[in-house]
Write a protein that binds this ligand. Structure first.
Ligand code: 3H9
Length: 648
């Protein structure tokens, strides 16, 4: 796990070896410690070089350990201090990456030499934790508070050049850093080390230190609403200013334990592995990224209501670039074109649909969304072939379209009444702004953007409304099922959404983008209640969340049970990337596992008893099967409930 090698010229080498990314497991930590002790006790060794095998220094602590008892004290911090205090110089020869605990190991070394392509950083915040092995105490001492706060709270990784400029690295090289590190180590054998121990430095003073912290607190609250890790990271960095090193590291540890044990850390780490799991997707017939092939494109068409205007817009160059990619022997599974997901974001500016026909006659529909200066591509649905398409870094099968459309239907259908009420109760909406519920509210904006008449036309086609509706059909029933006619009534009043300047919201002008709540809708709803003798009642936030979310979760279980989605992780990744589900809640399936399957089942049973005409509230068989096992861990679901015959 960490090899110890005696080198010529009074040197020793400790090489971390833990494929694929040399993450620090208990065995790796033990190996490094042992190597260090050997080097210290060998009086012929005058300097130590530490590196990683296979061109990767270290990607940090093995994330798996945060769900084990080792998580509360990995011992890495003590090792980092031991390295700093070591009487023999330690040189870190860095290649590939030095992330998280990997960077902490490097900071524990007295010198850092890295290859120019190396990435460094503290991505812990993205996993809901903090650099708790001295990172929050050492980095500010080395590069100052503003730069350290930026790196630690954003989790962004930087290339060696930038790290050198910031003062994290001592040298950046173009050739083998190990060779250079060894060469360098020979030149510093007898150099004094006191000034190389970061722990002995004081944090560089800057005027307005308090103002800097206040500003960063305000910034992260705005940028990452609901997340606890960014603020906690700031508190840990603050400790480096307030206290001497020995006290600061204690505070860092307390804050680290608080985060490691939080539900948010579990959710964010789950999301990390779920995304990688989704990448490995393959169908039972053996189709996977490895077997997917390029298809010739025979036709490209652009559909959309405002394509003309769109093509005149400043985004034209991006559109051309996107369209150009299609016919020119495009790699259909390439990242440039085939990104899937009906994005539901608030800041959508423009939208159009691109239709592509492949040589074998299949059609694919792509949804282009312009967000400020960015163009993103999503598919709304695609053909019935089992061709795979890539979504950002997730592979999704044909069934994905069904997953999406089912979820959209669910959120627009069975729980429509409750959504509309929430939409009108802006106080409730704002108090729920940071919660999962926000994804429902986004549906209203997206419906306005896409055009309410699109769904209206569809419902007319299905005979749910319009002239084909048999006379005498009750307004709020279709057969035995509750029907919400509000979207139809909106369309009958000419409210088609953004294009007409009115829909669920009112806009500054037809085709305008500035939306605000429309008092008309509140007035209309009170008339609607009067017409249909609906007794107004206060619906608690719990009921709103439970009815909406549990109906969605129920549907996700149905999809799993029917073999439409490959795994719970796939559903969660779709929600994280496609619907803006808060990452710190992991996704609907992960959320269900934290609430408890039997709780969800009981609540659904209760709401279904109260609303037997809303089929989305009827618990799915798959959920029932799993709930019968208590609350099994998500990883166990498919084994316990049996793998359904795949429809992928
Ligand atoms: C930490 O260090 C805490 C400390 O401050 C101390 C606290 C007390 N652990 O992404 P890829 C696996 S927290 C375990 O597909 P890439 C990954 O699951 C840690 N496994 O490749 C995958 O496995 P599989 C801070 C890890 O080339 C394989 O490696 N560090 C870890 O696109 C390949 O990964 C981070 O947050 C890990 N730390 O990207 C870094 N890292 O093949 C997280 C990766 O079975 N890692 N794996 O699916 C990354 O950002 C990217 O994985 C990396 C490589 C850039 C390294």
């Amino acid at each position: 796990m960490a090899e110890y090698l005696r080198l010529p010229h009074s040197l020793a080498l400790i090489r971390i070896r833990n494929p694929p990314v040399n993450a620090i497991s208990p065995a790796v930590l033990y190996g490094i410690k042992e190597g260090l002790q050997k080097a210290v006790s060998d009086h012929t060794v005058k300097a130590i070089v530490i590196s990683g095998a296979d061109g990767k220094f270290c990607a940090g602590v093995d994330i798996h350990v945060f769900s084990t008892p080792w998580s509360s004290d990995t011992g890495l911090g003590d090792l980092v201090d031991e390295m700093q205090r070591n009487k023999k110089p330690v040189v870190a020869a860095i290649e590939g990456m030095a992330l998280g605990g990997g960077l902490e190991l490097a900071l524990g070394s007295h010198y850092r030499i890295a290859h120019v392509q190396t990435e460094t950083g503290f991505p812990e915040v993205t996993l809901g934790i903090l650099p708790g092995a001295r990172g929050t105490q050492l980095l500010p001492r080395l590069i100052g508070i503003p730069a350290a706060l930026d790196l630690i709270t954003s989790g962004r990784c930087i290339l060696a050049g930038e790290a050198f400029k910031l003062g994290i690295l001592d040298k950046v090289v173009n050739s083998d850093p190990l060779e250079k590190g060894i060469k360098f180590a020979r030149t510093i054998l007898d150099q004094p080390l006191e000034c190389r121990r970061i722990m002995n430095k004081t944090v560089p003073n800057v005027p307005n230190m308090d103002a800097i912290f206040s500003e960063v607190f305000a910034k992260v609250r705005k940028q990452y609403p609901g997340y606890i890790a960014p603020e906690t990271c700031i508190r840990a960095v603050q400790a480096s200013v307030k206290h001497p090193y020995e006290v600061g590291i204690k505070e860092e540890k307390e804050l680290a334990v608080y985060l490691v044990e939080s539900g948010q850390a579990r959710a964010l780490q789950y999301a990390f592995f779920a995304e990688r799991n989704a990448n490995k997707w393959s169908t039972p017939s053996g189709v996977s990224w490895k077997t997917a092939s390029v298809r010739p494109i025979s036709l490209v068409g652009v559909l959309g209501k405002h394509v003309g205007e769109f093509l005149d817009s400043p985004h034209l160059h991006m559109v051309r670039a996107a369209i150009y990619l299609v016919p020119s022997g495009v790699k259909f599974c390439g990242k440039h074109i085939a990104v899937l997901a009906p994005l539901i974001l608030i800041q959508v500016h423009e939208l159009f649909i691109l239709c592509v026909r492949t040589g074998d006659g299949n059609f694919f529909f792509f949804f282009f969304v312009v967000l400020g200066p960015e163009l993103r591509t999503y598919t709304l649905s695609h053909s019935t072939s089992s061709q795979l398409i890539e979504m950002e870094n997730i592979l999704v099968p044909r069934g994905w379209g069904e997953v999406v459309s089912t979820f959209l239907t669910i959120s627009n259908n069975g729980t429509m009444n409750i959504h509309v009420q929430v939409l009108c109760r802006h106080t409730v909406f704002s108090s729920l702004r940071d919660s999962i519920y926000v994804i429902y509210i986004r549906n209203f904006r997206v419906s306005d953007l896409a055009g309410l008449d699109v769904g209206w036309k569809g419902r007319k086609g299905q005979g749910l409304t319009g002239p084909a509706l048999p006379p005498g059909t009750p307004a709020r029933k279709r057969g035995n099922i509750r029907y919400c006619p509000i979207p139809d009534i909106l369309c009958e009043s000419g409210r088609f959404g953004q294009k007409t300047g009115k829909g669920w919201y009112q806009y500054d002008k037809p085709l305008g983008r500035i939306h605000k709540p429309d008092p008309w809708l509140s007035k209309f709803l009170s008339q609607y209640r009067e017409t249909y003798h609906i007794e107004p009642r206060v619906i608690s936030q719990d009921e709103i969340l439970e009815r909406c979310l549990y109906a969605l979760i129920n549907e996700a279980f149905r999809i799993l049970g029917e073999g439409i989605a490959a795994s719970p992780e796939h559903i969660d990744v779709i929600y994280l990337h496609g619907y803006g589900w808060p990452r710190y809640r992991g996704g609907p399936m992960f959320y269900a596992s934290t609430v408890g399957l039997s709780t969800i089942l009981e609540k659904l049973q209760k709401y279904y008893r109260q609303n037997p005409d809303i089929p989305q509230l009827e618990p799915s068989n798959y959920l029932k099967k799993l709930a019968a096992h208590g609350n099994p861990p998500l990883k166990e679901w498919q084994r316990l409930a049996g793998t359904p015959s795949s429809k992928l």
